[in-house]
Design a protein around this ligand. Structure first.
Ligand code: SAM
Length: 240
């Protein structure tokens, strides 16, 4: 398995259990207590999730397929996937995020969901490095921002080893434009600076995938004012 990020990982864990939890729970939620930057990020992230759901739909029904949502946050992807019939295993390094995801699911199941196919996702507090098992699809959205490039390559190989048919990754792309913006501090405004943020070049991510025997089949990009995320869907090279 890939090696843990050491002290930096502890900083990330602590952040997403404290101030980061409060911030991201609101960004990923539906309440009005967000500022304009957070609202922009909410909208951008919702677009990424919608694109992933569309990617999955393109290959037919989600009914019964196993999905590992690695770094699931508050369940923004896990919950809609489960509502479409996928058997979801969702984990995150932050117990607060996982509890929030579980709470949201329970509220949904207790409310309007009678009669839907929702199979409750299995939620667990676990870091990416300790994930094991095999899943039809592995998704890891907006988590690689916490990984420097050398660790990201190992993490991508690890995630690929858990996936049988499909690996969906989203990450902040390292382009000249975004690198300059990041440097002058126009991106990641405010408290999100509490953790370091790493951009990744698409070439590097693709090279890591190739090395693991995977090829990119679909790609997309979401860019709002403060949110930007490159989305790649990879499949085993042999199936091409
Ligand atoms: N994937 C979710 C989504 O798109 O809604 C959450 C994205 S959020 C920006 C990043 C998440 O990654 C946080 O919930 C954080 O706790 C989690 N995370 C960061 N490092 C992690 C690690 N090493 N293992 C597991 N989760 C991690």
């Amino acid at each position: 398995a890939a090696q843990a990020g050491g002290d930096e990982k502890e900083v990330v864990r602590k952040y997403f259990n404290t101030a980061g939890f409060d911030r991201w729970k609101r960004i990923y939620g539906e309440t009005d207590d967000v500022n304009s930057v957070q609202l922009d990020i909410r909208e951008g992230h919702a677009q990424t999730v919608e694109k992933v759901l569309q990617m999955v739909k393109k290959d037919g029904s989600s009914e019964g397929i196993t999905v590992c949502d690695a770094g699931c946050g508050t369940g923004s992807l896990s919950i809609p996937l489960a509502m479409e019939g996928a058997v979801v295993y969702a984990s995150d390094i932050s117990s607060s995020m996982v509890e929030e995801a579980e709470k949201k699911t329970n509220e949904l199941m207790g409310a309007s969901c009678v009669g839907t196919t929702l199979v409750k996702p299995r939620f667990e507090t676990k870091d990416l490095e300790s994930l094991d098992g095999k899943y039809h699809t592995v998704a890891c959205l907006d988590v690689l921002i916490h990984y420097p490039q050398d660790k990201a390559g190992r993490m991508i190989a690890h995630l690929a080893s858990l996936a049988e048919k499909r690996l969906i990754l989203s990450f902040a792309p390292k382009t000249l434009y975004y690198s300059v913006l990041k440097r002058i501090g126009e991106l990641f405004p405010g408290p999100s600076k509490a953790t370091r943020a790493y951009l990744h070049s698409e070439e590097d991510v693709e090279a890591a995938l190739r090395e693991a025997g995977w090829v990119v089949r679909r790609r997309d990009m979401t860019a709002t004012k403060f949110y930007f995320s490159r989305l790649l869907e990879a499949v085993p090279a042999v199936s091409q």
